[in-house]
Design a protein around this ligand. Structure first.
Ligand SMILES: [Zn+2]
Length: 371
C-alpha cells in the first residue's frame, strides 16, 4: 500500500492537461461488496461505460478509460485495498494509481486537472497519528494511517517489587525504588514513541494511560512529540487490537472535528470583524483567484456548478464571459472542486469540515486570508 500524502495531492492538483483533458476515476473495489473478481470488473465496467457516454470521446480520454479497465481486469490485491483512485492523461503519458484502504464513492471526472477532492477528504480525515498506551509495566506504541495500523512496538519492563519480597527494606525505600522503576519504564516508553516518530512520522499523538502515569509520561516525551500531543483516551494497554483501533479512530475523529470547529470559529471571528476572512462562494472564489487565501474551509459534500476561464484561470459561480480577461469561460460541474484544487495548487491549507452547522450558515465555504 502506497501512502498518499498532502504533498502528492498538491503535486497531482498542479498537473495541467495542456493537450487533452485528465481522467480522474474513483472506484469502489471493496471485497465485502464485490466478492468475486468478475463482480468488481463488472461494476467498474458499468461506471466506465457510463462515463464514456457522458464525457464525450476525446481519443486521450477513451485511451484513459480503457487503461483503467485493463488495470482492474489485471487484478488488485483486495485484502488491503478497498478503493482505487486513478488519474490518467494518455496524451501526456500521465498515469497515477493510488490504492486506498478506505471507501470512496464511484466517480469519473474529466477535467483540465486531476480531480483530487475525494483524496483530500480522505487525507484530511485520516491524518497519520500515533497512539501511546502505558501502565506501570507495559507500553504499546502504535502508528495509524488512513485508519490502518502501519507500525507498532511494545515493551514490558520489570514490575516494581513489592516489599513482600524483601522484608529488610523499609516501606519508603520500597516506594522510592518502585517509582524509580516506573519512571525508568515510562522513559523507555517515551523513547520508543520517539523512535517510531522518527521512522514513520505522524502529525498527532494520543496517550492512553491512567492519569498519574499519563502526566509523568507526557513530561518525558521528546519536545517534538509534546508539540503533537492531542490529548488522552481511556484505552487500556491490554485492550485487543480491534478495541484499540476502534477507540483510536473515535478519538481521531473527535480531534479532527475539534480542529474543524476551531478553524470555523476563527473564520466567523474574521468575517465578523471584517478583516482577513471571507465567507460564501462568490467572495471566497474571488479571494482565491486573487491568491489571498491562507486556509480554505469547505463543508463536506458541498458542490455547485460554475465556470472556469481557460485563459486566465478565473473561477466563478456565474459565466460565461470572464470578468478579468473577457475570454469565454467553460462550464464546470462543480466549482467547489475547482476551488479546492486551486487552493491546493497555491499551497493553501484546505480544511474539509464534516457536519459543521456554523460553516453551513456561512454559506458552506469560506477562507482565512493572508491579508
Ligand atoms: Zn479570464
Amino acid at each position: 500500500m502506497v501512502a498518499i500524502t498532502e504533498d502528492e495531492i498538491r503535486s497531482l492538483a498542479s498537473f495541467k492537461g495542456e493537450d487533452a483533458p485528465v481522467t480522474s476515476c474513483y472506484l469502489d473495489v471493496d471485497g465485502s461488496r464485490h466478492v468475486r473478481h468478475q463482480d468488481v470488473v463488472h461494476s467498474v465496467e458499468l461506471v466506465l461505460k457510463d462515463a464514456a457516454s457522458r464525457k464525450g470521446s476525446h481519443p486521450s480520454v477513451t485511451a484513459d478509460l480503457q487503461r483503467i479497465l485493463d488495470l482492474v481486469k489485471g487484478g488488485i490485491d483486495r485484502s488491503t485495498t478497498r478503493s482505487l483512485a486513478v488519474f490518467s492523461c494518455s496524451a501526456h503519458d500521465f498515469w497515477r494509481v493510488i490504492e486506498l484502504p478506505v471507501a470512496v464513492r464511484n466517480q469519473v471526472v474529466v477535467n483540465h486537472t486531476p480531480s483530487v477532492r475525494q483524496l483530500e477528504v480522505i487525507v484530511d480525515e485520516y491524518e497519520r497519528f500515533g497512539l501511546l498506551l502505558a501502565d506501570r509495566q507495559r507500553a504499546r506504541m502504535l502508528v495509524y494511517e488512513l485508519g490502518e495500523l502501519i507500525e507498532s512496538d511494545q515493551i514490558v519492563d520489570a514490575l516494581p517489587r513489592g516489599d513482600d519480597d524483601d522484608h529488610s527494606y523499609r516501606r519508603d525505600r520500597v516506594d522510592q525504588h518502585a517509582s524509580a522503576l516506573v519512571h525508568q519504564h515510562l522513559r523507555h516508553a517515551a523513547d520508543t514513541a520517539f523512535r517510531l516518530y522518527r521512522d514513520r512520522g505522524f502529525d498527532r499523538l494520543i496517550i492512553g494511560a491512567p492519569d498519574d502515569i499519563a502526566t509523568e509520561l507526557e513530561g518525558l516525551l521528546h519536545p517534538y512529540l509534546q508539540e503533537r500531543l492531542e490529548g488522552r483516551c481511556p484505552i487500556p494497554v491490554n485492550a485487543t487490537d480491534d478495541e484499540i483501533r476502534t477507540a483510536a479512530l473515535e478519538v481521531e475523529a473527535t480531534v479532527e472535528r475539534r480542529r474543524e470547529a476551531d478553524a470555523v470559529a476563527r473564520l466567523r471571528e474574521a468575517v465578523g470583524a471584517g478583516r482577513r476572512g471571507v465567507a460564501g462562494l462568490d467572495a471566497t472564489l474571488q479571494a482565491l483567484v486573487e491568491r489571498r487565501v491562507e486556509q480554505l474551509l469547505v463543508s463536506s459534500g458541498y458542490a455547485t456548478p460554475g465556470w472556469r476561464c481557460g485563459g486566465c484561470g478565473w473561477i466563478s459561480r456565474v459565466g460565461r464571459s470572464c470578468r478579468v480577461c473577457g475570454s469565454s469561460m467553460d462550464a464546470v460541474d462543480d466549482v467547489v472542486e475547482e476551488a479546492v484544487e486551486e487552493a491546493l495548487a497555491q499551497a493553501c491549507e484546505v480544511e474539509i469540515c464534516v457536519g459543521n452547522a456554523d460553516l453551513d450558515v456561512l454559506g458552506c465555504i469560506g477562507a482565512l486570508l493572508r491579508y
